[in-house]
Write a protein that binds this ligand. Structure first.
Ligand code: 5GP
Ligand code: ZN
Length: 113
């Protein structure tokens, strides 16, 4: 999608600190980290949010969680970590391309409450 920030990051039009990439997903550090380690995992396909997951496109969610598990092991998150997907404006979503926040580290302060 041409006016989508994360589509531009996936294509390289906007630079990012890449962690991992395969044919289906892209993982990169959040520009405004809310924990000692905070990165995002996004499908390369433009899906607006978790509310737009269907039987047809839903396999990507399983793949994303396999990638998150692999990265968590490689990054040594042995004490645990948090996975968050904000949906819609009231859910705190600001970029309308499906993404999973992965947060790890002792002073994890987000999301509030
Ligand atoms: P949301 O609020 O939609 O759940 O999450 C969007 C996330 O994207 C925020 O945590 C925000 O810091 C991050 N973000 C926004 N713009 C950029 C950018 O240009 N580069 C990177 N790496 N992250 C961004
Ligand atoms: Zn997009």
């Amino acid at each position: 999608m041409s006016d989508c920030l994360f589509c531009k990051i996936i294509s390289g039009e906007i630079p990012s600190k890449k962690i991992y990439e395969d044919e289906l997903v892209y993982a990169f550090y959040d520009i405004d980290p809310q924990a000692p380690t905070h990165f995002l995992v996004v499908p390369k396909q433009h899906i607006p949010s978790a509310a737009a997951i269907t039987e047809e496109n839903g396999a990507i969610v399983s793949h994303i969680f396999q990638v998150i598990g692999k990265l968590a092991r490689e990054m040594g998150f042995s004490d645990g970590f948090r996975v968050v997907s904000n949906v819609g404006e009231q859910g705190g979503q600001t970029v309308f391309h499906l993404h999973f926040h992965v947060l790890a580290g002792r002073d994890m302060t987000w999301p509030p409450g």
